[in-house]
Design a protein around this ligand. Sequence first.
Ligand code: SF4
Length: 255
Amino acid sequence: MSSPRPRSAPSREDRGPAGAALVASRLEDLHIGARTELDHRDAFELLVATVLSAQTTDVRVNQVTPELFSRWPGPAALAGADEAEVTEVVRPLGMGPTRARRIVGLARGLLERHGGEVPDDQAALEALPGVGRKTAHVVRGAWFGHSLLAVDTHVGRLARRLGWTAQTDPRRIEEDVVAWVEADGTGAEAEDLTMLGLRLILHGRRVCTARTPHCDSCVLADLCPSAPAAPGAGASSAPGAPSADGAPPDSGASS
Ligand code: SF4
């Protein structure tokens, strides 16, 4: 069982933030073939699935979208759907009526403002019901091929632990990470912000988890200022384990 590292415990934060280029390169090697884990066949399905993924997991979203997209394939069908029927389909995700209202409203917005097409435009996407900056970045990055960082809880935690930011606000985290990549990056394909974000998410799910980061087996341990100071020490039991909120030790960042 892990516990936040005492502020007086030894750490590696004296080495400074991890190099963005090296982090990007190592995560590319580790998380080969990283892609969004939300099942989709087109931009519309990715957009709806991403909106549905708020406050739940991709795995759970993937369990309801086959029926959702089978019964209401495309914006026109979903725009004309009975919200009560949509609610029943998305109910397993929790907040069924809210989610149903959100995605039916989204489909109507797509139909009325964009002829049923998903616009490759940040402002136009953010103007749609239920779509924020992160969702727009997911769709424009994963479907339209732009280099855009989508900041979720994993990206924020990793960015703090790697010393790239002390912020907790997604927009400010994004600004800090982009600045690090631009300052330290080499421009290699691995540093595409969309792919970097996807790999940070996978690393956050599999290795640098919120409560029990596996620093002892992490490929970033020799770069990471939040890794325990003692060589070979496991994060789960070592006194040098990163704080659970991902804030670098003594950074003053709050969870
Ligand atoms: S698992 Fe540990 S070493 Fe790896 S990125 Fe997270 S805090 Fe740093």
